[in-house]
Design a protein around this ligand. Sequence first.
Ligand code: C5P
Length: 397
Amino acid sequence: MSILRGARILLGITGGVAAHKSVDLASKLVQQGATVDVVLTDAARNFLGPAGLQAITRRPVYGSVFEPWTADFAGHITLGEESDLLIVAPATVNVVAELALGLAPDMLTTAALASTAPLLIAPAMEDTMFRHPAMQQNLETLRARGAMVVGPESGRLASGEQGIGRMSEPATIVGAARKILGRNGILQGRRIVVTAGGTREALDPVRYLGNRSTGLMGYAIAQSAIDAGAAVTLVSGPTSLDTPYGAERIDVQTAVEMKEAVTEAVNGADVIIMSAAVADYRPNAVRSEKIKKSELGATLSLDLVTNPDIIASIGHDGLIKIGFAAETSNLVEHAQRKLREKGLHLVVANNAEQAIGSRDNQVTLVWPNGDVDQLPLMPKSDVAELVIERVGTLLAG
Ligand code: C5P
């Protein structure tokens, strides 16, 4: 689930070659539960027709201010008033100037003036136009008024040249939308450190001891914390997952590196959620040369030493510590022991075999007062949302 569920979004698409990416953007917003009203400017209609957008959003696509007014639709006024967020993507140099000046020559700019919703702008244009002082000044004006500007990114532009001016990817714009919509959430003003993924303990220059953690659970928690308005530091083991928009990500490999990163990150933080699968042991010494089978014979014994327990070793007054327990048996019993031994405020216990690598998770929340909440199997994004709700309650209490 996502904070976009039930949100009303006004998506303004203006006349740039990146307009085709906004079809995917509309689709992603709708998939996450938003109601999306699209305004397609005249210039955008040179690049894109309304039919596909209408089918994706299941809503009319707007164009002119003078479209027929019905009993419950007062044109630009309704559109502007009813939206929770206004996204302009792609935003041309022209629309940025109009928005900055408060001009209202068409449906989009008129609706923008009739709206008190936050504004998210994804500029797309040639490098020279983007760098033009007029454009930069207009963006600055909009920022000063509270607008969020996402991108543009560097890469190949319409001219074929490399430069800055590509519209951000739809997934990034969706992430930025989530961050804006979440800004007044239950974790507003809070700093949360989340760890995710597994560690890799090097044996030699090419091999490591690791585990099958994908990082999905921790990344979902980081995203939910951003949806709730928190400032998030994500300390991550190796993974192929995209960083949630707005999270500060610190990449680590080993348990010792993770400990250093977490110890630093929890300074001034309100909560640590330790969902990473940290290796309990690491090789006593990392070989500088690749281990050769020819030198070893039929068996290989590894000399291992224990890793520091990260969550048990950190803390300051008021820091809420939440751990995970991935078990294959006696889930609650093991979780209760971890709760005590590591001094935690909550343990999220799950079945290791079921949870690792899966999109869904069935977790049991184990509390210091002896309460045990067994939650049903659900997507990890929903588990994350519930955990973050509980974090909000812990902080409030
Ligand atoms: O590995 P174990 O089952 O004890 O993990 C329980 C909790 O402790 C998890 O939240 C895990 O991230 C954390 N942990 C840690 N440092 C370790 C091992 C585990 O912080 N070395």
